[in-house]
Each structure stands twice: as C-alpha cells, then as structure tokens.
Design a protein around this ligand. Structure first.
Ligand code: BGC
Length: 770
C-alpha cells in the first residue's frame, strides 16, 4: 500500500504553488498526495502541504473521533475519505486501523490518520495500576512497563497513548487516584519522565514507539471533595509547587501531546483557559507539541457556563489553544462560520493544523502511513505469544506493599492447609484493574490460579468466594451500567459466609482477598467513604472469629480506611490491581519467593474525615504534637491524629536499621554540594530491598514551607547482615521553591535533613544555606 515516488513527482509538477485554502475539499482540484520529497525538512513539507489544503481539510485535521453508536464506521469511513478527519481513537486492531487508513489514502491529499488509545498501564499485557507502579519506587521497572506497552501497542498499529496520567491527588475519594502516581510532585515527576521515555524510546522515529499524551492538564486531581470533574480552586503557589511539576516533567521528557483536563481552574475551564494553554504551556514552558481536548470537553463549556452556544464553545476552545477536539463535531460544524465572522483567525486554525501534521510527521506517518502495520497481521490478536508475562510478573510484585506482618505469619509455608477466601480471589476482570486497555481478562492470572500453581504438590488449597464484592444493588447497577463487570453470586450472604467459615476451620491459615472491584477505582467512581464494602467486612469478621491466622490481600485502587483490618488481621498485603500476572506475583510475595519492597506513594488516612491528608503539609502555627498532645492545636478530637500508614511506608520480610545521618559539611554555598549519608543494614534473616528516602525542610522562609519534602531516594538490595552506605547529594537547586511572587529561588537559612525508610520514621540533621 506504499505510495511510489513516481506518482508523487507527477502530482507535484502539476500542483506546485496551488493554494486552495478557501475551497471545500470536494470543490478543490485533485492534488498530489502528502508525501515528503527526499531530504525535505519537516517545516518545508508542512508549509507546502498547508498551502494545498482547503479550509475544510485543515479543520478536518482537528477532529479526533471514534467509531460508536452515534458515529458508525461507514459514516466515519466516508468522512475520512473526504479528508475531514485528523485522527481516530478506540480502534485497536490492525484490520480496523488498516480499513480507516485505507480510507484516508482515498482522500484528496492522502494525509494519513493517526490512531490513539488509552494505553494506561499496559496494553495487551497489563501491568499494575499507576499507584502500584509508583509504589515500586523503581524507575527502570516503570520505564520497562511503558516500553512493553509501546511495543505491544505499536504492533497493533497504534501511534499515540492518552498517558501518562500525572495528576497529583490528595483525596482518595477520587476514583482516578488509581491511575496516577500518588501525592508527591517530585516523585511523580520522576515517574512521568520514566513513562514518557518508555513509550517514546530513543525517539518516535524508532520502531516500536508510541507518542505519549500526558494528562490531564491541569490539576484534574484536585477537584473539590474528591468528586470527579469537580471545580478546582487553588493558590498559584500550591499549583506551581505541588501540582504542575509532573506535567512539566513529562513535557521536558519529550511527551508529544498534552490532553487538556475537564475541570475548571479558578473559574476558567481548562478547555477555555488561555493562560494555561498558551501563557504557561507554550510561553513559559516552551511546549511545541499537540494539545488534545478530553472527551467531549469542548461541548461541556456550555455546561461550565462559559459558553452560551456550541459556536461560543468552539470559539473559546480554539482561542484558548485546544488544537484537536475529541469526540464532538463542534470544530467541523462551527469553525468556518466563526472564521467568516472574524471571531477566530486563520492563524489559529493553521497553528493547530500544523501541530497535528507535525505530530504525524514525528510518528513517521507521512513517510509511510502503514509504518505501524508492517509485517503480517497476527492470526490471533490475543495470541499468548504477544504477551510479556515475565515483565508483568516481575514488575507487579515490586509494587506490592506489606502493611502489616505480625508474628511472621508471612511468608506462608508451602505445607498444611490454606483457605483462600474472598470475592476478589478468583476474579480475572478485577485483578487487571480499570483502564486495562486491550488486555483480556481471560489471560489474567487470579490469586486462586497463582496460589494453586505455587502450592501444587505441597499445601492443600481450599477456596470459597465468601461474599459478593458489595451487597448494595444500587452500587452493582452503577458499576455494571456499561458492561457486566461485577458478577453477583445469587446465594445469600449467610450461605456464602458459612461456606467460607467452614473452609477456614479446616485450614492452618486464612488468606482473604478483599477490597474494591476494579470499577470502583476508575473514572466516575468517587466515593464518600473509604471502607471496604460491608459484605466483605461481615465476611472478615466471621473469618476472624475462627481464630485462624488471617492474612489480608488487598486489591484496591485508592488509600482506604483500614482501621479495622489493620487491627484485626495478622498480615496485610496491599497489591493494588496488579495486572495480567497479578495472581502469580501475589503468590510470589505470599510464599516469600519475592520479598516485598513496595512503599506507599499516597498517605493512607485513618478515616475519610481526615482527607485531604498528605505528608508534605505546612506546619501551621499550632502544629499537633503526638508526644505532647495539646487541645488548642491543629487536630481532630474524635480520632487519633496522623495517618494510618504514612507516605513512603512499606515493610519487608527482613528488618533494616538506619544509622544516624552524616553530613559532609554544615554549610552549603550556591554551586556546591553537600552529601547526607546513612548506613543501612539488613538485620534480618533474608535478603531484601528497601527504599531509603531523603526529605528536606526549609525552616524559615518568606512563605511557609512543608514540614518535609521528598528530594531523594535510593532502592537498595541487601543480603542478611549486609550494610550499605547510601549517599544523597544536596544542592542549592534542590532548595528552590515558588515564593509569593512566583519567583523560583532558594532562600538562605537553616534546612533540616531527614532520612528514613518512610516519611514518618526518620533520622534528622541540618545545614545552613549561605
Ligand atoms: C478520560 C480520559 C480518556 C478519554 C478517552 C475521558 O473520559 O477523562 O482520561 O483518555 O476519556 O478514553
């Protein structure tokens, strides 16, 4: 299907210099296909192509659409052949993509389409959700997961992913905390860069790469009350210091696209926000890539109350700098008229069109529209050999966080009788997590399967579901609105619990797999409480009453209120939604074939009432002091204060000691560097990894600064008895912050240095910045 250079030369001779911007695609004369000449630069090519495009074709490039009930494939094929579509999303197999690209090759200029998809935590092979990936604190593994996703997605013909999601979130009521990487801007920035690097490899001109589309720009994770799509109102300092850096990090790492968020920011929806999309993104940050609206966001400007009509909404979005419009047809419908009326300019349309064409150039599509469809189509799209199971298993276990392990109940012994109980123990759909892209549930390994394989020929494994994930029919209805993901067992709760208790009684140890169904931690899944559903609590209480050692394996996509669970279970392992190989990875950890090393990247509160709760808060004028509690301090009187599990927390099957912090000096000059070092020792009996964390605090500055800010970490592996010196460089750059005038600079004075294995339990030192 490649076009030949001969046809290209003839067409070019015929049409050189012909400008057709005012014509519709149908009226415009036949034209040379959009194929670069040998040695032609990107800019020269786009200049010459744009001269030959009609207005309708230019606006067409700004349409990002999908096949759906309102937009059937025959209609889309016709539009594409007419040259009025720029890109397609949600078509995810090669034959489908080829059909659409074939239609583009029938259009007047044969401008190729690009194909986008939500490749969020893996593609065919599903990796842990964002929170789980981040909990590994292992940037090489995170990058690898994105690399694998790019290899698999590009093999399916995809060119762009709507990922990474780098929204900072401090409110676990929001279901999409599952997708992001936690509450810390510095750590999330590192993860963002690793993911972009993974997707885009050494450059999009290389095979097996896809363009990263970082989202949701901006501040989508800060919606009031944790309610999805809700209003964001934020001080500039907090915005610049705590929420914006990860988007910037993704862009600096080369992300080719930015998806604009659905929320408003201080009254102005991001989709209509000139300051955000032009002054900040393009002006201050120098971003040169493509901007995409989120799904239907342009039309939503009417409901936001900043546009009275579809026409106004179109005007506001393009004026603000939203270049491609996802899934509504407002640009196509209203831009010509807006242009005529002088309400938008030809320049704005041209700039947007140019950025779409530039993205396609970067993807290599002008040189070969079928570049991502080389070789034979797979006979079976879901073929086992298309998966990367070894990577999935290794990475999944790295992100699991051991929250409690009393009396060394874990690792489990591979003998005797184990009762495996719980609504999530044998759920293929749930272990994959939400946004599991093109992953197929039938290929996922459940905990029952993973533990079955691990115990075969050794321990006896008994299984009972024990409870439905929830007994609330309204919630089930909500979760199953689009597909029947939650399968309800029709037995009575009592019958299910009785069966589970009977199995538990026969066992030496009970492993209960509980938490959320994947759909509870997704888009449009905000909650007002953070408890595990009552049906599962009843089950856990009954299991506890058997007196058998109780191990909880949690599957969930947000920090939860685990007060009862952590007080009553002997061990608690947070496994998130761990992906295709989840069940095997969980078994590896439970049986000690892998020693858990994950650490939380989001604070676990005691209760929903403490939310928002995050480690890098300001001190206030009346900080609460756990050792000397005082009434008139910043606290709650009806609950223990502080988190249940702090940021950075996670246990191991071994123990580590951390020495006092040694500083290489007590004064830091600009341009110089101090080093903080600690000796970490494995004082236990098995090898293990841990993440040593460095936090800094600016004691007195022109504005209040957080009680701690993560500024370094190092994940190390230690054999029993082994020690390592871990060194953290500290430079003046690490001490900079945005002041009240948004100047980014450090201020001289005293700084505290904290090093530890979580954000709470730290050793302290200090130095002075001169
Ligand atoms: C979500 C985006 C997603 C898009 C396309 C929207 O509803 O907010 O994150 O990429 O849909 O699926």
């Amino acid at each position: 299907m490649k076009r030949t250079p001969i046809s290209r030369i003839c067409w070019l001779g015929l049409l050189l210099g012909l400008g057709s911007a005012s014509l519709s695609a149908a009226q415009a004369p036949a034209a040379a296909p959009a194929v670069p000449l040998a040695g032609q630069s990107k800019d020269a090519f786009i200049d010459s192509l744009m001269q030959r495009m009609t207005l309708e074709e230019k606006i067409g490039q700004l349409r990002l659409v999908s096949v759906g009930p309102d937009h059937p494939k025959p209609v889309l094929l016709k539009e594409i052949a007419e040259g009025t579509t720029g890109a397609v999303f949600n078509t995810v197999v090669r034959p489908g993509i080829r059909d659409l690209q074939d239609a583009a090759m029938k259009s007047r200029l044969k401008i190729p389409l690009f194909f986008a998809y939500d490749v969020v935590h893996g593609h065919r092979t599903v990796f842990p959700i964002g929170l789980g990936l981040a909990a590994s604190w292992d940037m090489a593994s995170i990058e690898r997961s994105a690399r694998v996703a790019a290899i698999e997605a590009s093999a399916d013909g995809l060119n762009l992913t709507y990922s990474p999601t780098v929204d900072i979130a401090r409110d676990p009521r929001w279901g999409r905390v599952s997708e992001g990487f936690g509450e810390d801007a510095w750590l999330t920035s590192k993860v963002a860069a690793a993911v972009v690097k993974g997707y885009q490899g050494q450059g999009l001109n290389q095979p097996q790469t896809i363009m990263a589309g970082v989202k949701h720009f901006a501040l989508y994770g800060a919606g009031e009350g944790g309610r999805d799509y809700n209003t964001v109102d934020m001080s500039p300092q907090r915005m610049f210091q705590d929420y914006l850096p990860p988007y910037r990090a993704a862009i600096d790492a080369g992300a080719g696209a930015v998806m604009v968020s659905l929320n408003s920011i201080n009254g102005v929806p991001a989709t209509a926000n000139k300051w955000l999309l032009q002054d900040l993104l393009r002006g201050q940050w120098g971003y040169k890539g493509l901007t995409l609206s989120d799904h239907g966001a342009v039309l939503e400007l009417i409901k936001h109350g900043v546009a009275a009509t579809e026409r106004d909404a179109t005007q506001a979005a393009i004026n603000a700098g939203v270049e491609m419009n996802m899934n509504d047809d407002l640009y196509g419908k209203h831009m010509p008229e807006l242009l005529k009326a002088g309400l938008i300019s030809q320049d704005e349309i041209d700039r947007a069109c140019r950025d779409v064409l530039a993205a396609k150039w970067d993807m290599g599509l002008f040189h070969d529209p079928y570049r991502y469809l080389q070789g034979k189509d797979p006979v079976d799209t879901d073929a086992e050999d298309r998966l990367h199971r070894a990577d999935a298993r290794e990475i999944a276990r790295k992100g699991m966080v051991l929250l409690k392990n009393e009396g060394g109940v874990l690792p489990l012994k591979r003998d005797g009788v184990i009762a495996l109980i719980g609504p999530l123990a044998d759920s293929k759909r749930d272990v994959m997590g939400s946004w599991s892209a093109a992953g197929k549930a039938f290929q996922a390994v459940t905990v029952l399967e993973g533990m079955g394989a691990a115990t075969r020929g050794h321990a006896a494994l008994l299984y009972a579901k024990g409870a439905n994930v929830t007994d609330d029919p309204e919630i089930v209805k909500y979760l199953n609105e689009y597909s029947e993901d939650v399968k309800v067992d029709s037995r009575s709760p009592k019958a299910m619990i009785d069966e589970a208790v009977e199995k538990a009684k026969q066992a030496d140890v009970v492993v209960a797999v509980v938490g959320e169904s994947q759909g509870m931690a997704h888009e449009a899944s905000s909650k007002t409480n953070l408890h595990i559903a009552q049906s599962q609590i009843e089950l856990l209480k009954a299991l506890k009453a058997t007196g058998k050692p109780l191990v909880l394996v949690l599957m969930n996509g947000r920090p939860m209120d685990l007060r009862w669970e952590s007080a009553n279970a002997d061990a608690v392992l947070e496994t998130w939604f761990s992906g295709t190989e989840g069940g095997n990875a969980i078994a590896d950890v439970l049986f000690g074939d892998y020693n858990p090393s994950g650490k939380l990247t989001m604070t676990f509160p005691r209760s929903v009432g403490q939310v928002p709760i995050y480690y890098n808060h300001l001190n206030t004028g009346r900080p609460f002091d756990h050792e000397h509690p005082n009434k008139y301090t910043s606290r709650y009187f009806d609950s223990q204060n502080g988190p249940l599990y702090p940021f950075g927390f996670g246990l191991s099957y071994t123990d580590f000691s951390v020495s006092d912090v040694k500083m290489s000096g007590s004064k830091l000059k600009k341009g110089d560097q101090l080093t903080a070092s600690v000796t970490v020792k494995n004082t236990g009996k098995v090898a293990g990894e841990t993440t040593v964390q460095l936090y800094l605090r600016d004691v007195a500055a022109s504005i209040s600064r957080p009680v701690k800010e993560l500024k370094g970490f190092s994940k190390i592996l230690l054999q029993p008895g082994e020690s390592k010196v871990v060194q953290f460089p500290i430079r003046e750059e690490d001490l900079r912050f945005y002041d009240s005038q948004l100047r980014y600079a450090s201020e001289p004075g005293e700084f505290k240095v904290y090093v530890g294995l979580d954000s709470d339990n730290v050793k302290e030192q200090s130095f002075t910045l001169l």
